[in-house]
Design a protein around this ligand. Sequence first.
Ligand code: HEM
Length: 503
Amino acid sequence: NSYDLTDQAAIQVLQDTFSEKKLLTKTFVFVFPYRRPGEPPLIKGWLPYLGQGLNFQKAPSAFLKTLQKQHGDIFTVLLGGKYITFILDPLQFQLVTKNPKHLSFQIFSTKLISKVFSIEMMLTNQELNHDIHVCYQYLQGKSLDILFETMMQNLKHVFESKLLKTRNWDTERMLTFCTSVVFEITFTTLYGKLPDADRKKFISELRDDFIKFDDKFPYLVSGIPIKLLGNALSLRKKLTECFTQENLAKMQGWSEVIQMRQDTLEKYYEPDNSEIGAHHLALLWASVANTIPTVFWAMYYLLRHPEAMAALRDEIDRLLQSTGQKKGSEFFIDFTREQLDSLVYLESIVLEVLRLCSFSTTIRFVEEDFALPVESGECLLRKGDLVAIFPPALHKDPEVFEAPEEFRYDRFVEDGKKKTTFFKSGKKLKYCVMPFGSGVSKCPGRFFAACEMKQLLVALVTYFDLEIIDDKPVELSYSRMLLGIPHPTTDVSFRYRIKHFTS
Ligand code: HEM
C-alpha cells in the first residue's frame, strides 16, 4: 500500500521529494547538446522524466520568458515526459494552426479524453469524431439565441430562489459561490430541468462530485493512471452514471446541442454503453471547468477595483434607461444578446480578466518529422513531440500591452468604442487575447461562455452591493499548467446585500 498514490497529498510528497529545497538548490538549466541541425534548442533539466516540470509549474510565464531571453522565440522543453516545442512569437502562431496535416489536434485530443474520461471510440473512429464536432454548430447562431434566452430564465430562477431572498449582508466564499451559480445555470441551460423534487439534490450532488473529480483532472491529463488517484475512478463512474438513459429521460427541455449529441451517440453506441455518459461528462466538464474560474476572477477584479465597478454600473444603468427598464425588487433585467454585446466596458472587463488569467495553450502532436517554415528559416520538429502556442507570452508582452501586470478595466475601450487593434514590432496583431485556443480546436463554446459571464456579471452588480472581505491579493494556482483558466491558490470571502431601489 505504500506505493498507492491516494490523492493530491501523495503527489505533493513526490513533488516535495524533488523540490527546490531538497534538490534544486540552484536552477540547473541544461541544454541537451545532441540536436540535429535545424532543431530548436532543447532545455531538459536534469530530472529524468519530469524535466523542467517543477520549474515550469512554479511560474509558467516567468519561466518561459527566461528561456525566451536565452534561446529566442522557439525552443523545446521537457515537461513531465513530453517534449514540447514552444512558439512564443505571436506573429508566428499561425504556423502551428495552418499545418493540420503534420501537426494533429485529433491525436492529442483523443488521447486526452481517453485518459480523462475513458472515451475510447474516438481514438479509432474518425466518423464519430467528425459527427461530434458537427454538433457544436448548435452552440452558435440561432441556436445560441435560444440558449441565451434559456440561460436568462435559469439565471432568474437561481437569483429568485437563492440570492434575492437575502435582506441583510450574506457572507460567502467567492469561488464556492461562483461554482454553485455557474454550475446550475450551465447545467440547466444545456440539459434542461429536472422535476422540482429531484432538482436541488441532483444538481448539488452532481456539482460536488464534479468538483472532486475536477481536482484530479491535472493528474489524469499528466498520465497518472486513474487507479492511483484515490477515489477518482469511483467518482468518474458515478458522474458518468448521471447520464444513463433513465436519468437523461428525466431532464426536460434539452438544448439543441445536447439533443444532437445524444442522437449522434445513439448512432454509434448501444443505448446502455457507458461511453455515452462519458461523452456527456466531457461536455459538462468543458462547459463549466473554465467558466467557473473566469467568473471568479472577474468578480475578484471588479470588487477590488471600484472604478471598474462604477463604470460598469453606469453603463448598465444607461442601457436600462434606454430600454425603458425600471429597477425594482423583482428580477427585472431583460436584455438581448446584442444589447449585452453593446456594453463596451463589460466586454473590456471580461477581456482584461481573460488576458490576465488565461493559460489556454494550443497544443498539436507532430505526426511525422517535419520542417516548420519559420521566420528565421526552418525549424525541424521530431515525430511524437508536441508543439505549443503559448498566448500568455502575448498577454503579458509590454510591447503589446502597456503595464501588462496591471488590471485596467478600460484597456479594450477607445473613444467610447471597442478597441481591437494592438501592435507588435509595428505589425497589427490578428488576435490579441486568446483564451479560447485557435485553429480547428478553437473552443466552440466561446459564445455561450461570453453570454453566461456577461449575464451573470450584469445581474450581480445590478442587484447587489458587493464587498470583498479578504482584501489581500490572491495568486493564480498553476497546478493546471497549460489547461485553460487557473483557479486561485485560496478562496476569498466576500459579502453581498440586495440593493434597495427607490422607484
Ligand atoms: C471561459 C470559458 C471557456 C474557456 C476559457 C474555454 C477554453 C477552451 C479551449 C482553450 C479549448 C481548446 C482546447 C484545445 O485546444 O485543446 C476549448 C475546447 C472546447 N470547449 Fe471551451 N472554453 C470555455 C467555455 C466553454 C463552454 C461554455 C463550452 C460549452 C458550452 C465549451 C465547450 C468546449 C468544447 C466542446 C471543446 C472541445 C472542442 C474540440 O474537441 O474541438 N467551452 N475550450
